[in-house]
Design a protein around this ligand. Structure first.
Ligand SMILES: Cc1cc2nc3c(=O)[nH]c(=O)nc-3n(C[C@H](O)[C@H](O)[C@H](O)COP(=O)(O)O)c2cc1C
Length: 204
């Protein structure tokens, strides 16, 4: 198949892939990229991004690295205290807001609106990944906060390995009105808490 046909198919896939209610993501990248020790040396919080959307492949790899399924028995890429797996990741994209379904490696649309303005704080990026803890499920609130750190670092390192940028964002939580709107739009239960937003995108 010629390169141009492939790129047309890729563009059609990109449109289809982000218009259905539940979108199956391509398998995440599990090899290659920047090696771990180089990624550790290169990782930085990036605050300036090109606003083009990430590809479905990049998004799949980031979400999987963050808190995807890595083994039988629902084992995950990040550890959680007492193996409670209390986190759900949400991807805030230009065309809507999605819940990551780790078992299916898919995105479920929860809201058709672009909510990125509510989750970015001081950093403007094409994608934000929200780390939402179910505190009823967590071993306790302190462990839930600790568990967020592992997911966040996985996102940082995966972004670095993909030559993308990332930045953990806690500051946006200070805006209570935005937090309340975000919670409502995401249809979060009382026990669910948005612990962190993490920007990702191509570095400008
Ligand atoms: C929990 C947490 C919250 C953070 N919140 C913000 C934030 O709201 N805005 C921001 O620009 N950076 C934020 N950062 C990034 C830190 O400022 C950054 O990690 C620190 O300055 C060290 O820089 P480095 O990550 O490039 O090594 C946050 C980092 C963490 C771990």
């Amino acid at each position: 198949m010629s390169k141009s046909v492939l790129s047309v198919l890729a563009a059609v896939f990109a449109v289809c892939a982000f218009s259905a209610e539940t979108i199956k993501l391509p398998p995440p990248q599990k090899e290659g990229g920047t090696p771990l020790f180089a990624a550790l040396a290169q990782r930085r919080s990036m605050r300036s991004y090109a606003m083009e959307q990430l590809s479905a492949q990049e998004l799949s790899t980031l979400l999987w690295a963050g808190f995807g399924v890595s083994g039988a028995g629902d084992r995950r890429t990040a550890p959680t205290a007492v193996n409670r797996r209390e986190y759900t990741l949400y991807a805030l994209l230009a065309d809507g807001t999605y819940k990551y379904l780790p078992q299916d490696n898919a995105l479920e649309k929860v809201c058709a609106e672009d909510l990125r303005g509510l989750a970015g704080g001081n950093v403007k990026a094409p994608v934000y990944i929200l780390l939402v803890a179910d505190l009823k499920r967590a071993a306790n609130a302190e462990y839930a906060a600790i568990d967020a750190g592992y997911i966040s670092q996985n996102l940082y390192l995966a972004a670095t390995a993909l030559k993308l940028g990332s930045c953990a964002l806690g500051g946006f939580r200070r805006n209570e009105m935005d937090m309340t709107t975000l919670r409502t739009k995401l249809k979060l239960a009382d026990d669910q808490k948005i612990m962190l937003s993490q920007a990702a995108g191509k570095i400008k």
